[in-house]
Ligand binder design. Structure first.
Ligand SMILES: CSC[C@H]1O[C@H](OP(=O)(O)O)[C@H](O)[C@@H]1O
Length: 358
């Protein structure tokens, strides 16, 4: 059973998240009472990961909405729109919260205009749609996992096992469960075709050392932790089958924003002839932007670089540059692994067009 980053009880209308800032030293769940708690938990990165951000944001709205009385469908629609736009402002790079907000605002507009729908009916339909998002994320991730595992195995001969590098955390702590890139690793393990995983520390928040290593050890998946600056030496000295990472926002041409350090891993992978994959649900693809140059890159506080917890590791007074993400160009990406299959970057536009016509 993989770890649960998010616990929501519909009967009691209770939402809790695992405070990821305390992992792996402490396992502590934090109750979220509404959108303000949700915004703060996302902005502080107590919960993080593009899909998890969207799910927690929307569930925090669901919790608040259940406790409120509304005079009309119009008032409910206005409340929904304002609070979803507020939640989108919690972190700028991952697209999933923005995508979910747009879909839910469209739904609220439709329900508000539908004269056959009562105020209670609108509230109930809206809440059930949010719960469906949670279930869909888990289903999408198992599909991503299996699609990615088959793709990576298609590149090796016979029934040989594979060695994979991954960056940051893309597992159950970044999604509603199973994970995206880590879902591919879970599927390879389930297929008994995974020889070893190498996970990077992922400075400065250390998602790899603190979260991915935690998930891999928890599930007894054979893995080795490496520093971010060891990837090139590892590829030179080991036969790495593939790199698989997550995504915060994929542009329509396949350029991908992901955790800082991803771009340099992709460059090194190209040099060593190692296929580099991005694993992400379609909700992480932003069809509205043509290329990665339009993706806003979040910059985080200097303290996340100069301290580990309360311990200062950098000279006081040094200037810092702390972008939380970088953009990997589509030319370095062998494939984008989604719940609907694996797409080469130049196939993405057609895939998006097909999805929009569904
Ligand atoms: C499936 S998680 C996607 C993505 O989110 C992480 O960023 P953060 O920890 O700052 O929220 C990382 O970039 C993962 O690859």
């Amino acid at each position: 059973m993989s770890l649960r980053a998010i616990i929501y009880n519909q009967e009691t209308n209770n939402l809790e998240i695992l405070d990821q800032l305390l992992l792996p030293a402490a396992t502590k769940y934090l109750k979220l009472r509404g959108v303000e708690d949700g915004w703060k938990a996302i902005n502080k990165m107590q919960v993080r990961g593009a899909p998890a951000i969207a799910i927690v944001g929307c569930l925090s709205l669901a919790v608040e909405m259940q406790n409120e009385k509304f005079e009309s469908k119009k008032q409910l629609r206005q409340d929904i729109e304002g609070k979803l736009n507020y939640l989108v402002s919690s972190r700028p790079t991952a697209v999933n919260m923005k995508t979910a907000a747009e879909e839910l605002i469209d739904l609220a507009n439709q329900l508000s205009k539908d004269e056959n729908i009562t105020l209670d009916g609108m509230k109930s339909k809206f809440l059930s749609t949010i719960l469906q998002m949670l279930e869909k994320d888990i289903a999408d991730n198992t599909a991503i996992g299996d699609n990615g595992a088959k793709e990576i195995l298609s590149r090796v001969s016979g029934d040989s096992q594979v060695r994979v590098i991954t960056h940051c955390n893309t597992g159950s702590l970044a999604t509603a469960g199973y994970g995206t890139a880590l879902g591919v690793i879970r599927s390879l393990q389930a297929m008994k075709r995974l020889e070893h995983v190498y996970c990077t520390e992922t400075r400065p928040y250390n998602q790899g050392a603190r979260l991915t290593a935690y998930e891999l050890v928890h599930e007894k998946i054979p893995a080795t932790l490496i520093c971010d600056n060891m990837v090139a030496a590892l590829m030179k000295s080991r036969n790495i089958s593939a790199v698989v990472v997550g995504a915060d926002r994929v542009a329509a041409n396949g350029d991908t924003a992901n955790k800082i350090g991803t771009y340099q891993i992709a460059v090194v992978a190209k040099y060593h002839g190692v296929p580099f994959y991005v694993a992400a649900p379609f909700t992480s693809i932003d069809s509205k932007i043509s290329s990665g140059e339009h993706i806003v890159i979040e910059e985080r506080p200097d303290r996340e670089m100069t301290h580990v917890g309360e311990h200062r590791i950098a000279a006081k007074g040094i200037q810092c540059w702390n972008p939380a993400f970088d953009v990997t160009p589509a030319s370095l990406i062998a494939g984008i692994i989604t719940e609907r299959g694996v797409f080469r970057p130049d196939q993405l536009k057609d895939a998006l067009a097909t999805q929009q016509n569904i």
